[in-house]
Write a protein that binds this ligand. Structure first.
Ligand SMILES: NC(=O)c1ccc[n+]([C@@H]2O[C@H](COP(=O)([O-])OP(=O)(O)OC[C@H]3O[C@@H](n4cnc5c(N)ncnc54)[C@H](OP(=O)(O)O)[C@@H]3O)[C@@H](O)[C@H]2O)c1
Length: 253
């Protein structure tokens, strides 16, 4: 079975990050999602085995969010004393309770980080992204969300501050004002990946398999990893065989 070796690791600031990360929407939420097929939430026991498999494959990065239902809480229960073996990113801004709402205020941002730390049973977060709405530029430019994230970073609760954006304007703003950016690798986002490389700003790719609708999984993963600014590609999965296949694709250069 292929696994990531030290040589495969990429640099996120001072951290060594695996080229594939675990996207954990499916760990905690199965309502109002757009995956090809409905699915039951996995049991904690199955997720434990899944995380052990991921670790054995050399994956050390997990992406979650308060908007992913039970994902943060379940990860907190499962990681326990192994939390320090993982790079964890979560998000602020989107609140999901059957429908999505957004709050980018200073107070909500701080409260959201405190809640995420409680759910994840940790006293620091490696990365916190702004979980942008469709109006990403406005979220970042005209609210206090980045100021609040920076305050939590100064206090030592957050290592790196980023934004998960949707538009070119939002992505460019995030490149100029945060430590890293999460975007898709869809063709309209490529200028951001190029600019990120010029600025030496790390990027993380979300939804690399078009939410499960990619016709060529291997090509999608290899393409996303081919951009030099990309430090990790976050693939959503709760299937061990898919996970192993994805590592095989990522290491087949
Ligand atoms: N706004 C944001 O910040 C934002 C938005 C979207 C996503 N994200 C992040 O990005 C992550 C990934 O996005 P995503 O989960 O929406 O979509 P994705 O990674 O593009 O696709 C996930 C889907 O692909 C399937 N899959 C994975 N590997 C496969 C393989 N080898 N062969 C066949 N099918 C495979 C998964 O099913 P199985 O479970 O059966 O493997 C799942 O249904 C999320 O989990 C989240 O962490 C962030």
């Amino acid at each position: 079975m292929k696994q990531f070796l030290p040589d495969h690791m990429r640099k996120l600031g001072e951290l060594d990050i695996s080229p594939i990360g675990l996207g954990t929407v499916k760990f905690g939420r199965n309502t109002n999602v757009k995956y090809p097929r409905p699915f039951p939430l996995p049991s904690l026991k199955d997720l434990k085995i899944f995380l052990e498999t991921a670790k054995a494959l050399g994956i050390n990065y997990i992406d979650t969010a308060p908007a992913y239902g039970e994902s943060e809480d379940r990860l907190g229960q499962l990681l326990g004393y192994e939390r320090h073996d993982w790079i964890i990113s979560t998000k602020v801004g989107e609140i999901y309770r059957g429908t999505s709402n957004f709050d980018f205020s200073f107070n909500h941002t701080q409260l959201s980080i405190e809640t995420s730390m409680k759910q994840l049973r940790t006293d620091y977060l490696d990365v916190v992204f702004v979980h942008c709405s469709n109006d990403d530029l406005h979220n970042l430019q005209y609210t206090d969300v980045i100021a609040a994230l920076r305050r939590m970073q100064e206090k030592g609760y957050v290592r790196y501050v980023g934004a998960s954006t949707k538009t070119l304007a939002g992505g460019y703003y995030a490149l100029d004002n945060t430590d890293l950016v999460m975007i898709t690798s869809e063709p309209n986002q490529i200028p951001i990946l190029k600019k990120a490389w010029e600025k030496k700003t790390p990027t993380i790719i979300k939804k690399p398999l078009k939410g499960g609708f990619s016709k060529n999984i291997k090509a999608s993963i290899k393409k996303a990893l081919s951009y030099p600014s990309v430090v990790s590609v976050v693939v959503g999965s709760i299937n061990k065989r898919h996970l192993a296949d994805n590592i095989k694709h990522a290491t087949s250069f």
